[in-house]
Design a protein around this ligand. Structure first.
Ligand SMILES: Nc1nc2c(ncn2[C@@H]2O[C@H](COP(=O)(O)OP(=O)(O)O)[C@@H](O)[C@H]2O)c(=O)[nH]1
Ligand SMILES: [Mg+2]
Length: 423
């Protein structure tokens, strides 16, 4: 039941936290409370992993050879414990069957036995790297591993053995070393020589493994909670980051709107002041004079007045346009644009194509209601300007991301309740 729930919702979590794929897979394993504990041997090939497993399981089911034998995972279940023989740790083998090794190492196993043949001397870089990872993992998740130095019978004398052992101890001071000879143990059994069995180190190792196995249920519970908490922390962190970005965007939107409004009002007021003279109704308005055919090449009072109005109007337009340009409100929204670029400007859309008469100027700029209408119209185009819409879209995107993270957090909450009743 619980495992099914995990499977049903894990994609929702993985979609947001793809880098936690391994952790989610491990959670799935841990969610299966009835699963038997899993012991895995790890180490370089030919160091005696399979042989050791055969001895520990008192069987011959793991294939032993002097060549690269174990390429795939081999598995045996015995008395409620699953034993896994992982492929060799060596770089080339590791690449071929990396999947299997990773699966065994990080996803399936509860107890790891790191096997190193003592006759090979010190641990090499790849072994040390693995041990560092395992130490880190153990600290974080309480998942255990044991260091097993095998084939002790292959070392010439006791002094050499101790020398190598102390060298290795210096390399990994935190770890207890379990020195064993699986061959000696087997010989002891086969030929009924108890001293060989005793001296093989295998009974002590078995005991240590048993201790580790007894701790598995508690360790699993701890690991489950740890991993869940880690995912939760990451989701919370991301959600909070989105909230901060969202607040910043909202503030920016508000700030820009206020400052656009203020600048626009200021320029419209200034235009009204600048045009006051021109808008003032004279006793005789020559602008209204109609010119006759004889006046074509003459400078008339009507022409002079009309050009005065037009120049004043142009100045007003330039002042307003500079504010629009400053806020990126030069062109119409895409859906309103027409073929002629000049007609696609916000100025033309709001002001009309031309203004010739004093009454027009008064209507547009002189009357507070006229200025208010201009303000409203320009503001509407401001709200639909490209930069503004992009900001709005960003804001919505943040909300989507927040919602996704909240939903994933609910899934995790459920995982906690379903499996170990994590609060
Ligand atoms: N003398 C001796 N040989 C061993 C011992 N353990 C393994 N071997 C031999 O070492 C070789 C490699 O062992 P194997 O278990 O296949 O190594 P793996 O590749 O790590 O699984 C085989 O020939 C085994 O017989 C041991 O304790 N003593
Ligand atoms: Mg093997």
């Amino acid at each position: 039941m619980a495992v099914t729930e995990l499977l049903a919702h894990k994609e929702q979590v993985l979609a947001i936290l793809p880098e936690f794929g391994l952790s989610v897979q491990r959670l799935e394993v841990l969610a299966n409370l009835d699963a038997p504990p899993v012991v895995t041997v790890l180490g370089k090939y030919n160091h005696g992993k399979s042989y050791l497993l055969n001895v520990l399981t008192q069987s011959t089911q793991f294939s032993v050879a002097d060549k690269r034998e174990t390429l795939a995972l081999q598995r045996a279940e015995q008395e409620g414990v699953v034993w896994l023989d992982a492929p060799g740790l060596d770089a080339d083998v590791y690449q071929v069957d990396d999947q299997h090794a990773q699966q065994a190492l990080w996803i399936e196993s509860d107890v790891r036995l790191v096997v190193h043949a003592i006759k090979e001397g010190e641990l090499d870089a790849s072994e040390l790297e693995l041990i560092a990872l395992l130490e880190q993992d153990q600290t974080q998740t309480q998942r255990q591993f044991l260091m097993v130095l095998t084939q002790s019978d292959q070392v010439a004398d006791e002094i050499t053995l101790e020398q190598i052992e102390s060298q290795i101890q210096q390399q990994i001071p935190q770890q207890a070393l379990h020195v064993v000879s699986a061959a000696r143990y087997r010989k002891g059994l086969d030929y009924h020589i108890p001293l060989f069995v005793e001296k093989s180190g295998i009974p002590e190792l078995q005991q240590q493994i048993n201790v580790a196995l007894q701790q598995v249920p508690a360790a699993r519970r701890y690991e489950y909670q740890q991993r869940l908490a880690q995912l939760q922390d990451e989701l919370e962190r991301q959600k909070n980051q989105c909230l901060i970005t969202q607040a910043e965007l909202t503030q920016r939107l508000q700030h820009e709107e206020q400052s656009f409004s203020a600048d626009l009002s200021a320029v419209l007021e200034q235009v009204a002041v600048d045009l006051a003279d021109v808008m003032h109704e004279p006793e005789v308005d020559h602008a209204l004079d109609t010119d006759t055919i004889q006046d074509v090449f003459k400078i008339t009072a009507g022409k002079l007045e009309r050009s005065r109005l037009q120049i004043a109007y142009s100045r007003a337009c330039i002042a307003i346009r500079s504010v629009l340009t400053q806020y990126g409100v030069a062109s119409l929204p895409k859906d309103q644009q027409v073929g002629a670029a000049s007609l696609s400007t916000v100025m033309v859309a709001v002001m009309g194509v031309s203004v010739k008469y004093r009454a027009d100027l008064r209507r547009l700029f002189g009357d507070p209601a006229g200025r208010e209408r201009l303000h409203k119209d320009f503001k509407a185009y401001f709200e639909r300007s490209e930069a503004r819409l992009a900001l709005q879209a960003q804001l919505e995107q943040q909300q989507t991301q927040i919602d996704q993270r909240l939903a994933a957090l609910e899934v995790l909450q459920l995982w906690g309740e379903l499996v170990y009743e994590v609060q």
